[in-house]
Design a protein around this ligand. Structure first.
Ligand SMILES: [Zn+2]
Length: 276
């Protein structure tokens, strides 16, 4: 498909609609998003902005935003943005556009484009898969296997002890950044078991009174974060040194660097700080 002056359907799927001039385009090169630059301001481009820039588009429906369709497009990692465009890291979107909603929409595009790229062939028989007509799924014409977007649940927990909270430094964090203990749910586990196990494994303590707080999609590439609070029960902090290199109890008024409010960890830590 090529971009022309005339709108055209992107496929025969009912999930696809006619591309309008004002459709938003989330074009991703690895973890970077293509944005339009005007002076020192950044904007999410519309379809009409990208004519002649996207040469081999494979636009995928993502969601609706402000009355217009959002499409995702995977760019080659070697893609070079032209004049007035720039590739920015997804984690910088809120800061650079001033709109946290674009962070989640671009993240959702990342999730869906990742799913498409990982499911071009059937995992059961190896046949090429096709888009299902009536829902977001891929189907194998040979064995009938239907593949839906995968969502991997993970828990993240704020642990309280008296008037302090547990924060940990992960080896992949930038220097000085501390956050909550998180980890993927394993087969056969409840969410509460996952909370208990991750905290025990990573910092060696037992927790009790595990309480659900909120959830947040974390599409990097396909997680759903389920946030909890818990109370310290027993044990001394012993970091595993494989994932966590340091952990400690912090007072709400003397916190180290913490994640931004784009993440549920950042929101949960600030909620605690502002309420204690
Ligand atoms: Zn198959």
């Amino acid at each position: 498909m090529s971009i022309t002056n005339e709108p055209e359907p992107i496929s025969n799927s009912p999930l696809s609609v006619i591309i309008e001039e004002d459709s938003w385009i989330l074009a991703l090169a690895a973890t970077k998003l293509l944005v339009k630059k005007k002076g020192n301001k950044f904007y999410i481009p519309k379809y009409k902005d990208l004519k002649g820039i996207l040469t081999e588009p494979g636009l995928k429906y993502i969601t609706m935003y402000e009355g217009h369709t959002c499409y995702g497009e995977r760019l080659k990692e070697s893609f070079v943005p032209g004049e007035n465009f720039e590739l920015i890291e997804i984690r910088e979107i809120t800061y650079l556009t001033g709109n946290p909603e674009w962070f989640m929409i671009a993240g959702t595009a990342n999730h869906i484009l990742h799913w498409y790229s990982m499911n071009q062939f059937c995992g059961r028989c190896g046949h090429k898969t096709y888009e299902k007509d009536d829902e977001r799924a891929k189907v194998c014409p040979d064995c009938g296997n239907i593949i839906y977007p995968r969502i991997s649940p993970a828990t993240i927990t704020l642990v309280k002890k008296d008037d302090k909270i547990l924060l940990a430094h992960n080896k992949n964090f930038k220097s000085g950044l501390y956050s909550l203990i998180a980890g993927f749910v394993e087969p056969g586990e409840t969410l509460e078991h996952c909370v208990e196990r991750e905290i025990q494994e990573e910092v060696g303590i037992k927790v009790k009174n595990i309480t659900y707080f909120t959830s947040q999609p974390w599409p990097f590439p396909e997680s759903l974060m389920l946030a909890f609070t818990a109370e310290y029960d027993s044990g001394d902090i012993t970091v595993d040194q494989t994932e966590i290199t340091d952990a400690a109890w912090f007072n709400a008024d003397s916190l180290p660097d913490i994640p931004s409010t784009d993440s549920v960890a950042g929101k949960l830590i600030r909620w605690y700080r502002d309420n204690h």
